[in-house]
Design a protein around this ligand. Sequence first.
Ligand SMILES: *[C@@H]1O[C@H](CO)[C@@H](O)[C@H](O)[C@H]1NC(C)=O
Ligand SMILES: *[C@@H]1O[C@H](CO)[C@@H](O)[C@H](O)[C@H]1NC(C)=O
Ligand SMILES: *[C@@H]1O[C@H](CO)[C@@H](O)[C@H](O)[C@H]1NC(C)=O
Ligand SMILES: *[C@@H]1O[C@H](CO)[C@@H](O)[C@H](O)[C@H]1NC(C)=O
Ligand SMILES: CC(=O)N[C@H]1CO[C@H](CO)[C@@H](O)[C@@H]1O
Length: 640
Amino acid sequence: MSLATRRFGAAAALLVAACAICAAPAWAEDAVGEAFPMTRSAFRWVRPPPARPPPYRRASPIGPTQTPYMHKIEYTELQIVCPKVIDPVTGYPKNDPTCTVPSATVAVGEEALDTRKELGLMNGDLVNVTLEEVDTEENPSRRRLLSIIREEQRTGRQLLKTTTQLPKVTYKLKSLKQLKKNSQKEIYAGKPIDLRTIVYIMDFSDCKLSGWSAPPALTKEKIAADMLRAANAPSNNLANYYGTCSYEKTLFSPDNFMVLGPVPVPCIGGVTPPPRPPRPPRPPPRAGAATSLSRRNDTYDDWWDLSKFCTASEQQAWERAAEAYAQAEVAKDPNSAYGKKLQAILTWKERRRNIYVLPPSVKCSWSGYADVTCTSATCSAYVRGYSDNAMQVIMHEAMHNYGLEHAGRGTLEYGDATDVMGDFNKAGKGLLCPNAPNMYRIGWAKPINPPGTPPFIIETTGAWGNLTAKNFTTNNWLRGLVIPAQGTRDDNMIVVNVGAEDNSPGAKKATSAQSYYFSYRIKNNTANGYDSGLTGDFNKKVLVHNYNGIQSERVFGFKSNLLDSGPSFQRTGNAWISPFLALDANGLGGGVRLEVKSTTDTQAVVDICRITENGKEQSCSDGLDNDCDGRFDDEDPDCA
Ligand SMILES: *[C@@H]1O[C@H](CO)[C@@H](O)[C@H](O)[C@H]1NC(C)=O
Ligand SMILES: *[C@@H]1O[C@H](CO)[C@@H](O)[C@H](O)[C@H]1NC(C)=O
Ligand SMILES: *[C@@H]1O[C@H](CO)[C@@H](O)[C@H](O)[C@H]1NC(C)=O
Ligand SMILES: *[C@@H]1O[C@H](CO)[C@@H](O)[C@H](O)[C@H]1NC(C)=O
Ligand SMILES: CC(=O)N[C@H]1CO[C@H](CO)[C@@H](O)[C@@H]1O
């Protein structure tokens, strides 16, 4: 018998006695109710292994030390939380008072991603969930233990060592059904998105642990100065980051932004559960009896202990405390300019971004954590501590709120150094705007328009530079296409999918057809300019990304992948050549060859060819250079 079970046994005896007055046993019942699903993604720094000491003492190198980081895929979580409703009296959002489900993490990692994809779940949808409490001997309910601890505190009887780490309730997600799909909100559709943001400085000093107070140096003024376009702001202040990278399609106005705090949160708190009778013994689980939705994980009830956990229930406690703090601030002086401004932000009905700056030592395994998509009344991004590169971490998290996934390179989840959603290690205080696929995904940028189109014309679609097999039928070379530097205008990429027939809805598509994105990036020498955080490695480079997603917040599972950059490409030299996809029955597929003809400080000129015969020209009289080696038909020695 495990220690925990023995303890629980003793406590159960106590509860039997206490429960002579109890009604029907309730604690093993399923938790059923309506909830919001929240997919959240964490950002984690991983410290490098300690360097071996040099053979003899040398002064340590001057300049910032780099902190490598990596992403652990299991840090994506699918949580369920109570739906937020707008209180008709106060106008403030609050948890639906009829909510009966505990806040919980119901799936992590690939399971979380799969569930989201399978059900097309967007944050802020309404779902009906049924959670079944799972009875494991090793893991008795932490809620039950909490009630025992409360009983100890009340009676002074020592039944347990209360310093023992509390076990968690374990639930299994029995079912999750979509009741209402929220509409997508984060894709630019012609009208600037005017963000509402509150930054909360959180203070957990009640835990009486060192590093758990709000750092005194971290003032509201400091954060406001870092985030707004003030004279002394760093160039990657959030307002500039959003404004410049989006070409002012997203606004971060000082009128809609406030910093509050420090917000004290009690270290331990929550509702005291009623005493409950012991659970009848359960039959052992039958093998293979798992339901189709057997994605189980530990689930947390709505009480919290900040000193021990960093789970959905602690996160909800922070949020409740912050919200209550903000409302109390308004109540202090509702008619002042400050009170009115705060109230206006608090009563804004949709997509208020809350950024929580947590004390540096708090027990969370991540450095940043945020909702992926933001469609409910409020959405969250948390950062642990506030380091020198806080603004890069916050922008990364903020772009998760926009629905963006990580920008990878090969197997490296965060490997793309051309996007703040990837490796921003070397971006310093510069702006590292999203890569072409991510820019397209949120509607900030589009493929190029026909030559002569002025920049920033909202009505243009970019269909001209969205190339499919159809664009290569009469001539498989498209020459002299101009790719403007991404910072100079918003129609700035060429997208090629030779596995697609054309761009009409319902057009035929080859199986495993791939979309390639070609864009041109310049490291901006103006400190606060577009791409001022780009590394020299990608300066004046045509980038090749692969991305098969579309412009929808509800279509998941697609991430951009940085494949290569040129004129001088790593893999294939002076031209970039895609993998070859054998032509299907409809003649769709083949490969893409990209040659960079020239690059300047504002644009690159490229030639693009669709390869239909891989490596050797076989059709020698069709008027096409089928193998894209620059020689047509009889000119090609392949045809000799
Ligand atoms: C939610 O699910 C439960 C259990 O499946 C069911 O009894 C209930 O009617 C559902 N509620 C709604 C609103 O669909
Ligand atoms: C490519 O084809 C589409 C139609 O599918 C057309 O609208 C577009 O103008 C073409 N682009 C170029 C560069 O020829
Ligand atoms: C290209 O066209 C397809 C089909 O119309 C569309 O789904 C896709 O969003 C377009 N891609 C870009 C990058 O505009
Ligand atoms: C450099 O940044 C400025 C300001 O954002 C912008 O106007 C300019 O187009 C950028 N240049 C390039 C080449 O991106
Ligand atoms: C957050 C959490 O408790 N995650 C757990 C989910 O389940 C897997 C598999 O049992 C555990 O490894 C995780 O720790």
